[in-house]
Ligand binder design. Structure first.
Ligand SMILES: [Zn+2]
Length: 128
């Protein structure tokens, strides 16, 4: 069953969003990207994260400590021995990454570890 939102993705985008792959750490275009704006889902343009929630975790992937309300769905991921929580776009169900708690990096104690290939940045200035 093909998700209509995944039709126009490139092969590497599809590998992440549709097949739940993971891009190599420190390879993504948004890993060290801290401009003002927001991030949308690359498949369906659903607004996911505000740039103010992005922080430098040093983990090699874009990291956010909060999502735009209602933008994300969570699933239990048992693919590794350590149980993880998978995060997906609430509109198209595209795979974004995983969310972690208890690392105490930011006051919200939450790290959304997101693939750059799953998201697209929209600068605030481009809206004016
Ligand atoms: Zn989406």
């Amino acid at each position: 069953m093909e998700n209509k939102y995944f039709k126009n993705l490139t092969d590497e985008e599809r590998e992440i969003l549709a097949n739940k792959g993971t891009e190599a750490p420190f390879s993504g275009e948004y890993n060290n990207h801290f401009e003002k704006g927001y991030f949308v889902c690359r498949a369906c343009n659903n607004k996911l994260y505000e740039s103010k929630t992005k922080f430098d975790s040093g983990c090699g992937w874009p990291s956010f400590d909060d999502e735009i309300p209602g933008a994300i769905v969570r699933y239990q991921d048992n693919s590794l021995v350590r149980q993880r929580t998978e995060i997906c776009c609430s509109k198209c169900d595209g795979h974004l990454g995983h969310v972690f708690h208890g690392e105490k990096i930011t006051p919200k104690d939450t790290r959304h570890c997101v693939n750059s290939l799953s998201i697209r940045f929209i600068a605030s200035s481009s809206l004016e």
